[in-house]
Design a protein around this ligand. Structure first.
Ligand code: MRU
Length: 348
């Protein structure tokens, strides 16, 4: 299987595959400074919570070409963090970098030489996520056996794109599916579209197709039909922010899917690394929801499709109530049932 690489660091630049163009075109966007990195995140050249976080780290590596002052470094971190507000992974990764820089500066009196350390950190963060995602996939395999009473092959469903294009290595929710496939345990997968760039139809289908997994893409309006008629064993979704009580922000449409899943008794799971948790927030009502440009809805490929005077409401994410979630997989294990006590217990 030939995979495209969503993010690559070479020749002192960040090479990003333009995810708005896949699978029809494989176009590379090169980020040479903090501003390029900010725009790539904001315009969704690069997307998916973990990958946005890693891109943020590389943005700070680039910031060190412009200045080695700690204040400037912190200002670059705040600027990058403002590119997309819902996915906490960006904030998480930038915060770690600022802490590292502050410590380095205290010990060395300058950020001179810090770049090498930060580059190694960026590479390592992506590497360890692979192991974390694999741990989640293995736990999910065990859980599926328990809830279904059999070892597959399973009919599964997912929403948006949570594979290696969203994470760098392996993937979270889609990573579970590809792992199960590698063990011969996947019969069929339903992949739901998603806005604004049809991430499910283009990116998830692309990954499933490259992995040779039997699949069909579907529109968000088909949730009820699908879950009533198609004997789906389980649904796996990713997360952009999980708060203390387990409420979870993810791609717009995820909450509707969870409600329909509960209606038809289909177990609905979230899979996300600990960098997706934000226990400073008690409930989902505190999560900032990114509102995207109206044109993404009013136009199709740059051509207006709605009447000239129509407006659009374009929230990029919604919040799934923790009561709708059967369990949350993270690298430390499974949070089930989903409530504050169990979230805090599993996070340690
Ligand atoms: O707007 P996007 O494409 O960045 O949204 C992505 C999602 O909602 C994913 O499900 C989420 O980031 C988890 S990725 C492992």
């Amino acid at each position: 299987m030939q995979k495209v690489t969503p993010l690559e660091w070479k020749d002192e630049c960040l090479y990003l595959i333009d995810q708005r163009k896949l699978p029809m075109e494989e176009i590379i966007v090169i980020a040479k400074n903090v501003e390029d990195t900010f725009n790539a995140i904001k315009d969704m050249v690069v997307r998916g919570a973990p990958l946005i976080g890693f891109t943020g780290i590389w943005g700070l590596v680039l910031a060190l070409n412009e200045s080695t002052s700690l204040d400037d470094f912190k200002a670059s971190a705040s600027y990058l963090n403002s590119a997309r507000p819902t996915a906490v992974n960006l904030e998480f990764e930038l915060k770690v970098c600022v802490e590292m820089a502050t410590k380095y500066c205290a010990e060395n009196g300058t950020l001179e030489g810090f770049k090498t350390l930060l580059e190694a950190h960026a590479i390592n963060e992506m590497k360890v996520l692979h192991d974390k995602n694999l741990a989640m996939a293995k736990r999910a395999e065990q859980e599926l056996k328990e809830v279904t009473g059999h070892e597959g092959p399973y009919t599964l469903m997912t929403i948006c794109n949570t594979g290696y294009l969203a994470c760098g290595p392996q993937g979270t929710a889609l990573g579970i599916i590809t792992y199960l496939h590698s063990k011969g345990k996947v019969k069929h997968v339903y992949a739901s579209e998603t806005r604004p760039y049809m991430q499910g139809v283009r990116l998830t289908a692309y990954e499933l197709s490259k992995s040779g997994i039997s699949h069909e893409v579907t529109v968000e309006g088909a949730f009820s039909y699908l879950l009533k008629e198609k004997n789906v064993d389980a649904i796996f979704a990713g997360a952009d922010r999980i708060v203390a009580n387990g409420d979870t922000a993810n791609k717009i449409g995820t909450s509707s899917l969870s409600i329909v899943a509960n209606h038809y008794n289909v177990p609905f799971y979230i899979a996300a690394p600990i960098s997706s948790f934000d226990i400073n927030m008690e409930t989902g009502s505190e999560i900032p929801i990114e509102m995207r440009p109206e044109e993404e809805i009013l136009e199709f490929k740059g051509i207006r499709v709605a009447p000239a005077d129509s407006r659009a409401l374009n929230p990029s994410f919604d919040v799934t109530d923790h009561k709708m979630i059967e369990g949350i997989f993270c690298e430390n294990g499974l949070i089930k049932p989903v409530d504050k006590e169990n979230v805090l217990k599993v996070l340690g």
